[in-house]
Structure formats: C-alpha cells, structure tokens
Design a protein around this ligand. Structure first.
Ligand SMILES: [Zn+2]
Length: 274
C-alpha cells in the first residue's frame, strides 16, 4: 500500500473526527447562555448517534457494508471468524468438504502468521480468506483512532498476502462487528469492503449448540450471510450442526460472487493491487 493512499485516507478520517467535534462549541455557547437543557439535549443526541453507529454491528450509519448477498438466487454465504486454529481449522475444513460447502474464513493476522500452512490449506480447498484485523482487539477496536485502525487492518492484509500472494482478501470484518466513524473509510482505502452478517447464533459468547443453531435457522434464507466462529469451546459442534443445517436447507453454499467485492460505482476508485 503506497504512502500517498495511506496519507489521504488518514487525512479524510481525521477530518471526519474534526466534524464530530463541531457541535461542541454550540454546546458550550448554550451553557454560556444559560440553556443547560438544550445543551444536554444536543450533547446526548450527538453521543447517542455516535454510539449507535459504532456499537450496533449492522448499522451502516458510518459507511457502506455488506449485510447479505444481493440478487443471491439460491445462494447463502457461510463465514467463519477468528481462525486459523490448529485444531478447529483442519476439522472444519473436513466437515465443509463432506457437506460440499465453500466458506469465507475471516482470519486474524497473528493467528495466520503462527499457522501459515492452515491459511494455504483453506485456499487449496477452494475457500476464500478475509481480513479480521492483525491482533483482534475485540474490546477496544471501536475506540481506535484512525492511525491505529489503519495498522490493524493493513498489517493483517500484509500478513495474509505474504502467505497467499495470489489470493488477497477482498472483505474485512471488524472484531465483534464494532466499527467507528473511520473503519469503512480505511477498509475501502485498503481495497476491502466491510462485511457483516444476517444470521448468527452468538456462538462467540454462548455454548448451547441447539439454541445457537435455531437462531441461525430462523434467519436462514436466500442471500443470508451466516456467521460462526473458530476458537470457541463449541466450535466443532456448532460447525457440525450448522453445516448439516445448510446442507438440508437446499440452499447453495459458495464463496462470495465476484461482483460482491466492488460495486460498479466503486471499480473506478479501487486502489491499485498491493
Ligand atoms: Zn472475531
């Protein structure tokens, strides 16, 4: 990634940050003129808007994201976060093969660096890899400033491209889906589209496999993007249950269609390959 692209993206991100501070002088002016209620109302409105846009994963207030497959026909997309994992990834790859399912693995850069052979195995088996940050700072990702955000996403991209130069990730998913004002802008500058999901069972925080599967089943329909995780206590059981569910649904489970990586309007501004 060239320095000019990075500098331009960071300039735009910090400009956005400055814009969010714009209501502050008005709040101070209202307090100064003894209108504390109006000041409080304005402050709370701005803060609530920022919090909703940041912490609600599927809220697209701060930039475009993919939440389901457009014009999907009969296709659904299975996405698997947080790998590669030395035990779970090989087992899940075998399961996917048995059920004839292709998936998109959102990989963490530091895990990929530890197990590069698993990244290559994912690709060799016909699946796709996505960018899920270098260190997966799930609790603080939404708080990161633009420069640190850039590092998290760019470092993961570099790690994965170094392992599989012919298969650069096309999609980015923020840890826990939390994204701030700058995330989509920076991901886009790095040639990535942000992808969320439409069906998840909360397997990252819960361990009741039937409940997790039922939650996903309720939201399973053509175009759905399903989310499950590696590196949880029930990763294999969830993968077994969800792959059976997908096979029995009659829906086609394949990697994302090529048209999903960049919309027609975005092709012209796609940054050069790196
Ligand atoms: Zn994650």
């Amino acid at each position: 990634m060239n320095a000019a692209t990075r500098a331009c993206a960071l300039r735009r991100a910090y400009f956005l940050f400055a814009l969010t501070l714009a209501p502050l002088p008005v709040v101070i002016w209202l307090i100064w003129h003894e209108q504390p209620l109006a000041a409080l109302l304005l402050f709370c409105t701005v803060l609530t808007t920022l919090m909703i846009g940041t912490l609600v994963p599927r809220c697209a207030l701060f930039g475009r994201m993919i939440k389901q497959l457009p014009q999907a026909g009969n296709q659904v997309l299975l996405t698997i976060d947080d790998g590669p994992h030395p035990q779970h990834t090989p087992a899940i790859l075998d399961l996917l093969e048995r059920h004839q399912i292709k998936a998109l693995f959102f990989l963490v850069g530091k895990n990929a660096a530890q197990h590069p052979h698993l990244v290559r195995e994912i690709i060799a088996r016909g699946h796709e890899i996505g960018n899920h940050t270098q260190m997966h700072p799930a609790g603080t990702f939404w708080l990161l400033h633009p420069t640190r955000l850039w590092r998290e996403i760019a470092d993961c991209q570099e790690t994965l491209v170094a392992i599989c130069p012919d298969h650069p990730p096309r999609f980015f998913r923020p840890p826990a889906g939390h994204h701030n004002l700058f995330t989509a802008l920076i991901a886009h500058a790095l040639g990535l589209r942000m992808m969320m999901w439409s069906a998840r069972g909360f397997d990252g925080v819960q361990t009741d496999v039937p409940t997790i599967t039922q939650r996903i089943a309720r939201r399973l329909q053509p175009g759905a993007i399903v989310l499950i995780h590696e590196a949880t206590p029930v990763a294999i059981e969830v993968a077994q249950s969800v792959t059976s569910l997908l096979e029995n649904s009659g829906l086609k489970c394949d990697t994302p269609p090529a048209s999903l990586a960049f919309g027609d309007d975005e092709v012209a501004t796609k940054p050069p390959a790196h």
